[in-house]
Write a protein that binds this ligand. Structure first.
Ligand code: HEM
Length: 405
């Protein structure tokens, strides 16, 4: 019988990433990977290999650490967590599995495909609304306004309300920015307003169903089991929250890559059928969600290491995406490369992104149309990146020149 060594007794490489930019962080984790499959971080340990990232995310003994975020940011006794409805992202075990089973049919690739014509019309309208022979901040012009009308359409909210949703999403997302002590009132107020809005919508849909996600989720029934009103509200919030900032930051990351790799843009302009590969490769090379966290719900033994209950484990998805055991030329952005492993930016295991099919469709439609309509897409200044502390990350400003066709 092998005896596992307590993780705290291991001499692990130190991964203090504070103050490092993204490339330096990736280099530091790559260096740690050559020393050990684990590294010490400010909060717990990190796994340094792709395989171990997948293994931890698929191991049911490691639970989501989402509910620990307020505590990690020094928010202890505000009643913040207890006042919040538990999100699908932080649920575990049978209650989580039940919810995933119930909602799975509303999030199939087929359901996402049904929204493709609407996605194309949103992107076309956005392109039409900017100076055809001009330029500007791509984030403001296209990324910011793109995902919210789609989530509104998906849920069945009137398009004119997209700004309300946008503001709620922006405020609630401040929970991930590392400044919760200061942002708490805005986060809580937005949560309250969104809940009131969604509750009223559920009431309307119960009496008058439509062809939208909310009506589908109300109608879902499996062996007599249904979603409660509380669960419906939580799911609507989860879709809005998980489906907006992620997609807009990913589109901005992806287009920042093309702006800095003009030869790759030329390839896509020439072969727009590569849009789907371009989405996967850009999410691998520059993912907007760079990592997630788990906590050992019980003492866990893995690869000869004992993780005592409560151990925090960081899963740096961005560095798993550059693991050279899985990707040849991991540090090259090439939309024609044949990659044999799946990019990790949608996570893995039971919490694997529920909206992956929708996000993929949104990004593919955007890329194909942008390549068709903006054969010229070039950097026109320095890219301003969001602070490294942001959980969902990308360019704050992406100054570019474009030419409408
Ligand atoms: C490019 C865009 C997106 C990225 C990079 C992304 C990434 C992720 C990741 C990494 C997770 C797992 C987190 C963890 O394991 O801790 C996740 C979960 C989730 N995502 Fe996404 N996401 C995106 C778009 C979307 C969209 C459009 C929706 C909604 C329609 C969505 C809904 C969800 C939900 C509900 C979960 C929680 C699933 C669960 O806990 O069972 N996401 N996403």
């Amino acid at each position: 019988m092998t005896i596992s060594t307590d993780v705290t007794a291991l001499d692990l490489p130190d991964l203090t990433l504070v103050g490092l930019d993204r490339d330096q962080q990736l280099a530091a984790i790559a260096d740690a990977r050559t020393q050990h499959w684990l590294a010490k971080t400010m909060f717990g340990v990190a796994v340094t290999h792709y395989d171990d990232a997948v293994a931890v995310l698929r191991d049911r003994r490691f639970h989501s650490a989402l509910s620990l975020i307020p505590e990690l940011q020094g928010i202890g006794d505000s009643g913040f967590e207890t006042s919040r409805r538990q999100s699908i992202l932080s649920m575990e075990g049978e209650p989580h599995a039940r919810l995933r089973r119930l909602v799975a049919k509303a999030f199939t690739p087929m359901a996402a495909d049904a929204l493709r014509p609407f996605m194309r019309s949103v992107i076309n309208d956005l392109i039409d609304s900017v100076d055809p022979l001009g330029g500007g901040d791509f984030v403001e012009a296209i990324c910011e306004p793109y995902p919210i009308p789609i989530i509104c359409e998906l849920l069945g909210a009137p398009p004119q309300d997209w700004r309300l949703f946008s503001d709620w999403a922006t405020n609630i997302f401040k929970i991930f920015n590392g400044t919760l002590a200061e942002d708490l009132p805005a986060v809580q107020q937005a949560g309250k307003e969104l809940e009131q809005y969604v509750t009223a919508m559920i009431e309307r849909r119960r009496n008058d169903p439509a062809d939208d996600l909310l009506s589908t989720m109300i109608a879902i029934e499996e062996a007599g089991d249904r979603l409660s009103t509380d669960e419906l509200i939580m799911m609507a919030e989860a879709v809005l929250m998980a489906g907006t900032d992620t997609t807009r930051n990913q589109l901005a990351c992806t287009m920042a890559l093309f702006a800095t790799h003009p030869q790759q843009w030329a390839v896509l302009v020439d072969r727009p059928e590569l849009a789907s590969k371009a989405v996967e490769e850009s999410m691998r090379y520059l993912g907007a969600v760079r990592g997630t966290m788990r906590v050992a719900s019980e003492p866990v033994e893995m690869r000869g290491v004992l993780f005592p209950q409560g151990t925090l484990v960081n899963i740096p998805l961005a560095s798993a995406n550059r693991d050279d055991d899985h990707f040849d030329t991991p540090n090259v952005f090439d939309i024609t490369a044949e990659r044999t492993s799946v990019q990790m930016t949608f996570g893995s295991g039971v919490h694997y992104c529920l909206g992956a099919a929708l996000a993929r469709a949104e990004l593919q439609e955007a890329l194909a149309l942008l390549a068709e309509r903006w054969p010229i897409f070039a950097l026109a200044g320095d890219i301003e990146w969001k602070p490294e502390t942001f959980g969902i990350w990308g360019p704050a400003k992406l100054p570019v020149r474009w030419t409408n066709s």
